[in-house]
Design a protein around this ligand. Structure first.
Ligand code: ADP
Ligand code: MG
Length: 318
């Protein structure tokens, strides 16, 4: 059995331009689970991870609206809530899809904490936009009242809060899931892990851990999981069929089968935007350098063919 980690991007969970209702999320997930069941039916060990940007945004907004009656929860708790709701959604929709594909596996969501270093330079330089866009006046109040770092987005005409995005160091629940796979139980379970990159926690002096006001990049979190579990393939699923050079420009070229060295060369020429494709490429290269065999970037319609080596950007270690 070869193990595959499929990391689902926001689009696999929520349709662009939708309202973000639960019914929409279910419909979107229903359109996603067929190919996951197909991969499992081919005999691969399957581990899932997912992003949570829009879902955290919705919870932040609920916090704002309800704060006079229900105290706002901190960001790490919101991260845990999104792992719960999205894990539940995957369990609900993937379970019958597995049954239809005659795959006798159960879906198991693991609330995942990921240790970050409290001295990570990211804490001094918040970079990840979260939540909604605020008009100038409101942004000024929030900066003053809460000390938020905010960034103006000209295209959207509003201000957005930036939070630190530290590097994931260690996935605390990793050993439990590794034991499950090492015991040969990958043909019985589909673990859903490290949602939203994992809940960022730092180690306390007493040996315990506590959550921090930050978010971990889900692509980096997925790479850490794939390395920790010693999986063969890391597949990052997004809303484009692969990585391109000259993206969005005349002469744009989609990458098919490439080596890690070739991909790194394109990366060093600045082909992959820092807030989107950049972290995927960086995370995939890290996975391959740590002994991973294959890194895929693809979308849901092409995922099965990408796993079969026929579509998507397919990166080999050498
Ligand atoms: P996800 O939610 O799946 O992480 P992102 O928006 O973060 O999605 O990343 C996917 C996006 O990356 C694509 O929609 C595309 O606009 C952008 N992108 C930036 N550079 C490239 C590139 N070189 N090739 C392909 N897509 C790119
Ligand atoms: Mg992204």
């Amino acid at each position: 059995m070869t193990g595959i980690l499929v990391a689902l991007g926001g689009n696999a969970l929520q349709r662009a331009g939708g309202l973000g209702s639960w019914e929409e999320s279910r419909a979107q997930m229903r359109a996603t689970v067929g190919v996951l069941a197909e991969i499992a039916s081919e005999g691969h060990e399957l581990v899932l991870s997912h992003g949570n940007g829009p879902q955290v945004g919705a919870l932040l907004r609920q916090n704002e609206i309800s704060t006079r009656e229900v105290p706002a929860r901190p960001m790490d708790v919101l991260g845990a809530e999104t792992q719960g709701q999205i894990g539940y959604l995957i369990q609900t929709e993937l379970t019958p899809a597995l049954a239809r594909a005659k795959v006798a596996r159960s879906v198991l969501t693991v609330i995942s904490r990921t240790e970050v270093d409290r001295n990570d330079p990211a804490f001094a330089h918040p970079s990840k936009p979260v939540g909604r866009y605020y008009p100038e006046g409101e942004a000024r109040v929030l900066r003053k009242q809460y000390g938020w770092v905010m960034e103006y987005d000209g295209a959207r005409g509003g201000w957005r809060r930036l939070v630190p995005s530290p590097r994931p160091v260690r996935w605390l629940e990793g050993p439990a899931v590794r034991q499950l796979l090492e015991a040969g139980l990958g043909d019985r379970w589909v673990p859903v892990v490290s949602g939203g990159g994992g809940i960022p926690v730092v180690r306390r002096r007493d040996g315990g851990y506590e959550g921090v006001e930050a978010v971990i990049d889900k692509d980096r979190g997925a790479s850490l999981v794939a390395r920790e579990l010693g999986l063969d393939t890391l597949a990052i699923v997004t809303d484009v069929p692969g990585a391109a050079v000259g993206f969005g420009k005349p002469g744009e070229r989609w990458l098919g089968a490439v080596t890690a060295a070739e991909l790194a060369r394109h990366q060093s020429r600045g082909e992959f935007a820092s807030g989107s494709m950049g972290p995927k490429v960086e995370s995939g290269l890290e996975f391959l350098r740590a002994g991973g065999r294959r890194f895929l970037i693809t979308d849901i319609p092409s995922l099965a063919r990408a796993v079969a080596g026929e579509a998507g950007t397919r990166v080999s270690a050498t």
